[in-house]
Design a binder for this molecule. Sequence first.
Ligand code: FAD
Ligand code: MG
Length: 373
Amino acid sequence: MKIFKGIMLLLVMMLIVVGCQKVENPPEEVTPDDDEVPFVRSASKVVEDEKTKSTITSQESYQIGTYITISIYDDEEVPSDVFDEIFYTIYDFEKMMSKNIEQTNVDQINDNAGVAPVEVPEALYDLIVLSLRYGDMSNGLFDVSIGPVVNLWGIGSDDAAIPSDEDLKAAMEKVDYRKIELDPDKKTVYLPEEGMVMDLGAVAKGYIADEIKKVIQNNGFESAIINLGGNVLTVGLKPNSDHWSVGVRDPQSEMGGLVGILNLEDNAIVSSGVYERFFIEDNVRYHHLINPMTGYPEQSNLLSISIVTAASVDGDALSTSAFLMSFEKGFDFIESIEGVDALFILDDGSIYMTSGIESRFMLTNNKYEIKTK
Ligand code: FAD
Ligand code: MG
């Protein structure tokens, strides 16, 4: 059942991301989630692509709580062991960065809150340093110590519910990334109060996508598209020098419809929105992007934001940060950062873009209208 659901969702994901590339059949074989392969993963799908005069080899997996698709363009089929390396790289980072699995490095940091500093691998240490910097850049809206509040709401789980004021107040007292203590020599991380919880969900997928890009390039491939549950990262151009066409999700469509297509080259496009994980009660949509000043999902006229950057890790941190700033401030914030662009979708159907991507976006959905600020 889990695997069947996985295949259906994988198909939807692929249609969203690859936009113009048609997917005709589900993966032919899915390995079971057993002891031998510790995640659900497909066999290779191989397509001879007339337009780019290349062979596209794709595999899919379900890891880090999301659906992953990797497509590599080359002269011939890409050996499956390249995908092994990619999926096991993701698996290794999951064992480092997940707060949902016991004994990951992040779990150890959380278990030792108020007890002792924890030594962590350099990659994790550097990601936490970067996350704290984004905390400062966003005036505290981006806060990787948001874990107690995220856990209390449980959005995306079967237990999601509006918390009591009392519980929320208690959880909020444990949130403040500025209290996190780092030792750059010993590479230790310390949450100084019991009950503090680190949650890298807003930035780790972006980081992992960048690492996958390195694995693909180190294996000698120059042309690929990586999709980690909506965090898309393109490698180079297509073999015929065409740009990549990446669909931008319609935040109001239940079935993964698109608002339009972005033409990209060696870019990350990372989205945050009200449609990813949410529940609805009394006509209010409670989604997973929590404003650390209120403890509540941020309610504004902004439905989604898609960031275009060179590195996916920056796109991930910025998509969450700018979403929480809401439209006016988020737009000016992104416009002020060199080399970063964004597309904002508002609840009245308007789409606003920062200057660098206006010429790269094609609207395909007549429910929406492009406006200028
Ligand atoms: P983004 O906008 O990038 O991030 C939203 C997420 O960031 C929220 O879900 C929350 O976790 C966190 N967040 C909320 N408010 C703030 C804030 N103010 N500042 C900073 N962060 C905030 N999901 C599962 O269901 N099961 C799993 O086992 C699982 N394992 C995971 C393991 C890893 C290593 C990672 C990186 C993610 C995992 N996830 C898992 C998914 C995770 O829980 C989030 O849903 C996901 O990362 C959200 O990504 P996004 O791009 O949709 O949203
Ligand atoms: Mg993010």
